[in-house]
Design a protein around this ligand. Structure first.
Ligand code: MN
Length: 159
């Protein structure tokens, strides 16, 4: 897990997005965020905090249609570069010409807990894992399932 790709894509003298400095270690619950992003194509960005407390990042997926609360609906979620942990608080305008130019707002945010694996890193390696979200809109059990390459499916589980 590294922020190299994230930082290389952005000019932090122009975008108000966080640089992603190293943070002091603290044992707080793992967080998730779902941001709505009006870029070239409107989409949602779903992010789950990594479990390494020394280098916390947000493992990220772009979800073109956004999460569905219906367990019968699978939503394409494309894995994108890891983002800094403090990106979970980011809302605002990414200036024209910058990577991801457009408006970002927080659609939902809260803590999460892994279900079938102790860490998200193990879940990612297995290519399918369940987790419980404690957000305002996204609650209860969810699942991410890898299809091919960076393409995953985000599915609401049955509670
Ligand atoms: Mn985005």
């Amino acid at each position: 897990m590294s922020l190299k790709d994230y930082q290389q894509k952005r000019d932090f003298s122009k975008t108000p997005e966080p640089v992603g400095e190293k943070e002091p270690v603290k044992s707080s619950p793992l967080i998730f965020v779902c941001q709505e992003h009006y870029a070239t194509h409107h989409h949602f960005d779903f992010r789950l905090q990594s479990s390494d407390p020394l280098a916390p990042v947000l493992i990220s997926w772009a979800v073109p249609k956004g999460p569905s609360l219906d367990p019968g609906v699978k939503r394409l979620a494309m894995r994108v570069e890891d983002h800094p942990k403090d990106y979970s608080g980011f809302e605002g305008e990414i200036p024209p010409g910058e990577y991801g130019a457009g408006t970002v707002s927080i659609w939902d945010k809260g803590s999460y807990q892994m279900e079938d694996f102790p860490t998200i890193e193990e879940g990612l390696a297995q290519g399918a894992f369940s987790f419980t979200l404690y957000g305002e809109k996204m609650k209860g059990r969810w699942r991410l399932v890898k299809m091919q390459g960076e393409n995953w499916l985000l599915i609401k589980g049955k509670d």
